[in-house]
Write a protein that binds this ligand. Structure first.
Ligand code: ZN
Length: 260
């Protein structure tokens, strides 16, 4: 195992590896966004440790569960809108924009990669997005604000104007199937990578955590960038411990140091 905790050394290793890569794939989790003030839902004290998650089955079966899910979504949407992409998001957007990174795979639902300028065709969202909603039957899109207005007006969870189906925030809920097309794209990108950089993920949630393993097996170098230990540290070529924004962007020394 090869753990580097020194910031300057970590920056040097990351910059050199990225410089040498021909097909970089970036993979991100909650740790990238905690540096923008968005809490990690799964961490101790995070949303899911304080409230029982509403499963997909609950949502479909119960109007009360739907209204509670929406109440939480509106709260989260306000947090997402108040947050600003940080140095890590911006550095990754530059790597995608320059063509260096062939894909950015994310577990995050906060929309910060989109807002930092990563184009849709290079962004693979494994857990959907919390920034809009869609119909469970015909996939018609609805904005979160529109859903909020509908509930305020009727007291009932919103229905699809096109087909009458249930509208749900476009995240992948507990108990809901992973998006097949996104998983297929993510697996293909991971196998094509010559460098796979996993940042801000504890790499414990499957099947997402299988992607770095697939990349490594297909011959990619694996770098893990995270504040804390991850489940795959022993598999990585190098493990860089530290604040993600500052490791990706040496000019970010004036930036915030992230949550403790
Ligand atoms: Zn519909």
């Amino acid at each position: 195992m090869n753990i580097v905790s020194d910031l300057a050394e970590g920056r040097r290793i990351l910059a050199e590896a990225i410089g040498a890569a021909k097909r970089l794939v970036l993979f991100t989790g909650a740790g990238v966004s905690t540096e923008s003030g968005i809490p990690d839902f799964r961490s101790p004290g995070g949303l899911w440790s304080r409230m029982r998650p509403i499963t997909f089955q609950d949502f479909v079966a119960s109007e009360a569960a739907r209204l509670e899910d929406w109440r939480r979504r509106f709260h989260l949407m306000a947090e997402f809108e108040a947050a600003i992409p940080n140095a890590g998001h911006r550095a990754m957007a530059r790597l995608v924009g320059s063509g260096k990174a062939i894909a950015l795979i994310t577990q995050n639902i906060d929309g910060l990669h989109e807002r930092s300028g990563v184009p849709e065709d290079r962004l693979i969202r494994l857990h959907g997005t919390g920034t809009h909603a869609s119909c469970l039957d015909c996939h018609e899109r609805m904005e979160i604000a529109e859903a909020e207005a509908a509930i305020a007006a009727t007291g009932q969870s919103p229905r699809c104007p096109a087909c009458g189906g249930l509208i749900k925030c476009a995240v992948v809920s507990f108990g809901q199937a992973m998006p097949e097309a996104e998983m297929t794209r993510a697996e293909a990108a991971s196998r094509a990578a010559d460098l796979f950089v996993a940042a801000g993920s504890s790499l414990q949630v499957h099947p997402a955590a299988g992607l770095p393993v697939a990349a490594r097996r297909a011959g990619a170098r694996l770098l893990i960038v995270n504040r804390d230990e991850t489940a795959l540290d022993s598999l990585a070529d190098r493990v860089l411990r530290g604040p993600i924004g500052r490791l990706f962007d040496p000019s970010d020394d004036a930036g915030r140091d992230g949550a403790p």
